[in-house]
Ligand binder design. Structure first.
Ligand SMILES: [Zn+2]
Length: 495
């Protein structure tokens, strides 16, 4: 009898260990265990253990089939079988639905971490290799501001603890500097002034960036932003106008640098050059790399949009660096961007295939679009810490049937059509039309978002074209005209 009992215990133990793994939670010196299960190449973490580790509480309502997870003033609402979760009234897509098993929830670790970190005031990382969930509490990395007079202007410097990407734009009288990945304590900066030019500073902490807004006492002729090291700092050189130094023009009333709730105006454009760094994208026969040509086109588009004067441009990258797919839309969401334009070059094993296509996010309707999405989504494997074999995601696995984010889908389709029309008219290569597919990079954009496959780098003729500055300029101009047409259309419809 005793033997049988021990045997049953042993069997139970084996079954349990086979089912449940464990993940270690680390926060400073603190350690906790979180139960996990592996399903379909992903680790899922037990919600109740997550709550215990992160210092929150959970409840489940069987009637609505929803779980509520609260930490402090933050509430996350999780629905059975839906990858969409709602954090403080904002919808996020986990890409994969949570596992629901008899009243308990398991969340996909990799895609939940960026959402959960918004609840805990720090950065949350999940390492699949180490089975470690790490919370790094946020410390300020924006340290100080220096302003100094130079011969023909003023030099503004923001000292940071690490190298941060930044974007500067002027919305007179405010000069706004957005620091991606920046963390600051607003009260350290709010209300400071650097006479005579900077009369007031305001600081904002957003989810994934920080912004410093400088109120200028008078107009400036020009500004130029550079990054410097030793110590790390963002430098903005403000050039004096010849006459403004003596002619004082009172500034108009202050504006909040964030997007006004009024909308719909199309102003802030995120230009996303595909791939970068170790992710080369597609490569042509002559060794032309997609990451290089799309960066050239993107920088040209930035220049054209800025010259127009009605747009603020935010680049996801301006140099040859790798940016995870999810971060690209995060940059756009955090900036409250109005449009997201991702620029790529197409490839096909059949080298005769050629032409230009503009895509928006939806379930692919044909094999070609599906294959393309799988190829573009493969960038995600560069996000793994080690080059492990991460299967390319099938588009259906993250495009949702309930499509909460669909409010922008019609607009995305419209924008695709307008851009495609301009490109087809000007590029002199076949017009492959507008199509739809499950591009991961468009997945979490809460704004009209499109992906332009400018030409086929696998086609010898188009590879040659893609290397040419004039052709790159034509592409940029075509996309610009499409954006312009969309802006006109949207703003005309506005009440
Ligand atoms: Zn690409």
């Amino acid at each position: 009898m005793k033997k049988v009992f021990i045997l049953i215990l042993a069997i139970l133990a084996t079954v349990w260990t086979a089912r449940a793994d464990e993940v270690e939670f680390r926060k400073g010196e603190e350690r906790a265990k979180i139960q996990s299960v592996r399903q379909g190449e992903l680790d899922y973490l037990l919600l109740n253990d997550l709550a215990a580790a992160l210092g929150g509480q959970t409840s489940f309502d069987p009637l609505s089939q929803k779980a509520l997870f609260t930490i402090g003033s933050h509430t996350l609402e999780i629905t059975v079988f839906s990858p969409y979760v709602v954090l403080d009234k904002v919808t996020h897509n986990l890409s994969f639905p949570p596992i629901f098993d008899q009243g308990t929830f398991w969340l996909p670790a990799v895609t939940s971490a960026p959402v959960l970190e918004k609840m805990c005031g720090g950065r949350l990382f999940y390492s699949e290799n180490e089975k470690v969930l790490r919370l790094e509490e946020a410390a300020s990395n924006i340290l100080d501001i220096h302003v100094s007079r130079k011969q023909n202007g003023t030099l503004l410097e923001i000292v940071t603890a690490e190298g941060l990407q930044a974007e500067t734009y002027l919305s007179s009288p405010w000069l706004n500097v957005t620091l991606f990945g920046g963390r600051l304590v607003p009260s350290d900066f709010d209300g400071r002034s650097f006479p005579p030019l900077v009369t007031e500073v305001r600081a904002y902490q957003f989810d994934n960036s920080a912004q410093l807004a400088f109120r200028l006492a008078r107009p400036i002729a020009n500004y130029r932003q550079t990054l410097a090291t030793d110590p790390f700092r963002v430098q903005v050189a403000l050039e004096d106008t010849s006459r403004s130094a003596d002619a004082f023009i009172p500034p108009p009333p202050p504006q909040k640098p964030k997007k006004p709730a009024l909308a719909p105006i199309i102003r802030k454009i995120v230009v996303d050059a595909g791939h970068g760094g170790e992710d080369y994208g597609a490569i042509g026969k002559k060794k032309t790399r997609e990451k290089d040509v799309v960066l050239d086109v993107s920088l040209k588009l930035k220049k054209i949009l800025e010259a127009d004067g009605r747009f603020d441009v935010i680049m996801t990258r301006e140099e040859d660096v790798f940016i995870p797919l999810g971060d690209r839309t995060k940059i756009a969401n955090d900036a409250g961007a109005d449009l997201f334009i991702s620029i790529h070059a197409n490839a096909n094993r059949k080298r005769h295939i050629c032409g230009v296509t503009t895509y928006f996010l939806d379930v692919a309707r044909n094999d070609e679009a599906r294959a393309l999405a799988v190829a573009e989504n493969a960038s995600i494997r560069f996000e793994q810490e080690e080059d492990e074999d991460f299967e390319a995601m099938d588009d259906l696995s993250f495009i949702l049937l309930d499509m909460v984010q669909n409010e922008h889908q019609k607009e995305s389709e419209e924008l695709s059509k307008l851009i495609q029309r301009e490109l087809a008219d000007s590029l002199n290569i076949p017009d492959k039309g507008v199509d739809q597919a499950g591009f991961f990079v468009l997945n979490r954009a809460y704004m009209p978002a499109v992906l332009v496959e400018t030409a086929f780098i696998s086609n010898p003729n188009e590879e040659k074209l893609l290397r040419k500055k004039e052709f790159q300029e034509k592409i940029a101009r075509g996309i610009y005209r499409g954006i312009q047409a969309f802006k006109t259309q949207v703003e005309r419809q506005a009440p």
